[in-house]
Design a binder for this molecule. Structure first.
Ligand SMILES: [Zn+2]
Length: 300
């Protein structure tokens, strides 16, 4: 048998924003997600609580290569872990310069260190590409990678028994707040995302483990709510896109629109701030506008 522990990485010193999951059987230890490198000291201290050090981790299963999920993978690889990642994400971990540059464009070069820390290349011999549904056995534990594009084209959800580690494809849900869809650029794709949600539901999981943040025990209802809100945000954005409203204005409007939605669900200001840390509103504006633009151009 195995155990699953949620490690709170305290992103930007706030709890319940980014998780890493430690799955152990008697002889093997696996991490799903590493968090960004900026939270590496916190990850090390969480491992220590379980009498572990980074060198004890056999494998890291990544859901995708965004910094908040995979930024510290190179540190685990340097300590000897095998890193499992979607084949489309793999080259960016072997040579992260392009990934870093495009993130610096989005976040601003000056903010990169504080937000994400460092990122160094991972040796190819430590990187293992996933194949959809092809089991990965680690000790007696069998993980099934479910290729689940929509949030990112290279997204993988990981199934273990009746549990599924969903990365960002099951959205963001913090504490007793609502579930919302993180829609960053460059590859949000609504149709793919809907299909991916159904693909996960078809596995009939009992529990979902969200990187932002923690365990969900009602998967069907959870995805139902996520589908409604994904649709709602996308249609809201489509209207602004068609009216060619400048992005800065849309960001202001969208931040207040989603703020009101959160308030309607009973979320207070401090919970709202956790959501903005895990899933900034401005980023979803950028991602959804890009989706509608590509759609209009017939590229997707
Ligand atoms: Zn994320």
């Amino acid at each position: 048998m195995y155990t699953i522990k949620t490690l709170d990485l305290h992103f930007q010193k706030e709890g319940h924003t980014i998780a890493s999951f430690l799955i152990s059987d008697q002889n093997h230890r696996v991490l799903v997600e590493t968090g960004p490198e900026s939270t590496w000291p916190q990850l090390v201290s969480e491992l220590r609580k379980h009498q572990l050090s980074p060198g004890d981790i056999d494998a890291v299963l990544l859901t995708h290569i965004h910094f908040d999920h995979a930024g510290a993978a190179w540190r685990l690889a340097a300590a000897g872990a095998k890193i499992y990642v979607h084949p489309l994400g793999l080259p960016h971990l072997a040579s992260p310069e392009k990934l870093w540059r495009s993130a610096a464009k989005i976040y601003g070069e000056a903010n990169m260190g504080k937000l994400w820390g460092n990122m160094y290349p991972i040796d190819n011999q430590n990187l293992i590409p996933t194949a959809d549904l092809k089991a990965v056995a680690i000790g007696k534990m069998t993980f099934i990678p479910l290729h689940t594009p929509g949030h990112a084209v290279h997204h993988v959800a990981w199934k273990l028994g009746k549990n599924i580690f969903t990365g960002d494809v099951a959205g963001v849900k913090i504490n007793d707040g609502p579930v919302v869809p993180p829609c960053p650029p460059p590859d949000v794709h609504l149709e793919d995302w809907r299909e991916s949600m159904d693909k996960i539901l078809a596995q009939k999981p009992d529990k979902l483990y969200l990187t932002h943040y923690g365990m969900v025990t009602n998967p069907a209802q959870h995805f139902e709510q996520l589908k409604v809100l994904l649709n709602d945000w996308a249609e809201w954005m489509k209207i602004r896109f068609q009216e060619e409203i400048p992005e800065e204005i849309i960001i202001q409007e969208f931040t207040s629109y989603t703020g009101n939605q959160m308030a309607d669900c009973g979320a207070n200001q401090s919970l709202r701030q956790l959501y903005e840390l895990a899933n900034p509103s401005w980023m979803s504006v950028s991602g959804l506008l890009r989706y509608w633009k590509l759609k209009k151009l017939g590229i997707i």
